[in-house]
Write a protein that binds this ligand. Structure first.
Ligand code: PLZ
Length: 461
């Protein structure tokens, strides 16, 4: 797959370490960085990248690392994907910006047409484009409130929806996201999530939904709920796949309650989970869907797509932003979507899952600290616990991640408890590279690397 998609200019698709990690040039840059970049911005692995393509990242010291992060689920089509590069080059030479709200251009419209075609449901749809996932989620909430005339927004334990003030209110985890950044926006209500690994054994999706809905009805009141907002598979929260039936039950409830069902598919969207959108897996049709990350092959673009009557309820001028739907980002999105369609990257994601899950389950047999192996498509994780318990082991997650990094495989951690190792390879990664990465993960479990106290795993988790 990669040879076809990475293009002639892509770096060799190999893991190659020529210095320690990080190498001397990365260390120099890290020192410059420390003197000028805010300490509030963290880094998972301080190797500075010079080139990237297909399934590898090449650093300034010439190390070639296997990428199992894809820039947090963004470069699904591969880094510097040839079609994306060509489309961006062509657009950037034509014009870089006009502001769609001042003088429009075709690319924006074409992206919205694609979103109407691709997103679940055959109802009449409209879209609005933004720059980041946070902005998309925030605007989805604005639209839902405006359209319903209601205020309450339901979110879930372990949710991650962004870092702006409203989306921080929607996000569950205090450290590092919310700590000392309050006060947060009101009228946000957090409900228990369906979390099969941690719920009572055998709890069904319908039961987990009933648990949440009972609380919604008693603590908020049906007629006050503007929206129920949920990630179909929770991302930063630890790749939590709700029990079957949970999402459809919430969506059904919204329909009868007159509330808007919003799917935050910022991380799960665009083929990541083996379908164009994760909602499709159980036939859920969201009223609004928030999109970003994988949509534009690495350029900043985000969208809210949804029912025309909701999207058009907002008064003219009520939605917008200087850069939303920037022409270069739109060109990248069109090329990204085309690449996904032509090369069936949803199928590629399923193949990645089919390769990873059995290997990780076999690993679980040997390492009882692996309490759970889960995920779908190319969104796969292992949750680490003290063997035989549900007690999270974040320290081990950090050690295994560090061992992977030292061996040239970029992995991320996640989870409310920081004890989840997650894998988000570019969907174009070759089978050989993926297999090699799995070998490295295996070695890392056998020889995890303790971290110096001053360098805790800094993955946003
Ligand atoms: N909704 C489901 O996963 C972004 C966060 C990285 P932005 N996830 C990566 C970090 O620590 O900041 C995300 C997401 C879901 C919304 C967002 C927010 O998207 O593009 O980062 O604003």
């Amino acid at each position: 797959m990669t040879d076809l998609l990475a293009g002639a200019k892509a770096p060799p698709q190999e893991r190659r370490l020529v210095t320690e990690i990080p190498g001397p040039r990365s260390r120099e840059l890290a020192a410059r960085r420390a003197a000028t970049v805010s300490a509030g911005v963290s880094t998972t692995l301080p190797v500075f990248i010079e080139r990237a393509g297909g399934g590898v990242l090449v650093d300034v010291d010439g190390n070639s690392l296997i990428d199992l992060g894809a820039g947090i689920a963004v470069v699904s089509v591969g880094n510097a994907a040839p079609k994306v590069v060509a489309a961006v080059q062509e657009q950037v030479e034509a014009f870089t910006h006009t502001c769609f709200m001042v003088t429009p251009y075709e690319g924006y419209v074409a992206v919205c047409e694609e979103l109407a075609r691709l997103t679940p449901g055959d109802h009449e749809k409209r879209s609005a484009l933004f720059n980041s996932g946070s902005e998309a989620v925030e605007n989805a909430v604005k639209i839902a409130r405006h359209a319903t005339g209601r205020q309450a927004v339901v979110v879930f334990d372990h949710a991650y929806h962004g870092r702006t003030n409203l989306t921080l209110a929607l996000t569950a985890k205090n450290m590092p996201y919310k700590h000392r950044f309050g006060p947060f926006a009101p009228e946000i209500y957090r409900m228990p999530m369906s979390y099969p690994f941690r719920d009572a054994r055998g709890m069904t999706g319908a039961e987990a939904a009933a648990r949440a809905l009972r609380l919604i009805e008693t603590q908020i009141g049906v007629t006050n709920v503007a929206a129920v907002l949920i990630e179909p598979i929770q991302g930063e929260g630890g790749f939590i796949v709700p029990a079957e039936g949970f999402l459809p039950a919430l969506a059904d409830w919204c329909r009868t309650a007159g509330a808007v069902f919003i799917a935050d598919e910022v991380q799960t969207g665009f083929c990541r989970t083996g379908d164009w959108f994760a909602s499709e897996h159980e036939g859920v049709v969201p009223d609004l869907i928030a999109l970003a990350k994988g949509i534009a092959g690495g350029l900043p673009l985000a969208a809210v797509t949804g029912r025309a009557e909701l999207m058009d309820a907002v008064h003219s001028g009520g939605l917008g932003g200087t850069y939303g739907g920037n022409p270069v980002a739109c060109a990248a999105a069109l090329a990204t979507i085309e690449t996904m369609r032509v090369h069936d990257l949803a199928a590629a994601a399923r193949t990645i899952g089919d390769t990873m899950l059995p290997r990780l389950r076999a690993l679980q047999e040997r390492f009882p600290a692996i309490g759970d192996v889960r995920g779908r498509g190319a969104m796969i994780a292992v949750e680490l616990v003290h063997p035989g318990t549900l007690e999270p082991d974040a320290e081990l997650a950090g050690r295994v991640a560090r061992a992977c990094h030292a061996r040239g495989v970029v992995v991320l951690t996640a989870g409310t408890y920081g004890n989840v190792l997650r894998f988000l390879p570019p969907l174009v990664i070759s089978r050989d590279l993926l297999t090699e990465a799995l070998d490295v993960i295996d070695e890392a479990f056998a020889a995890p690397v303790p971290g110096p106290a001053e360098m805790p795993p800094a993955t946003p988790a």
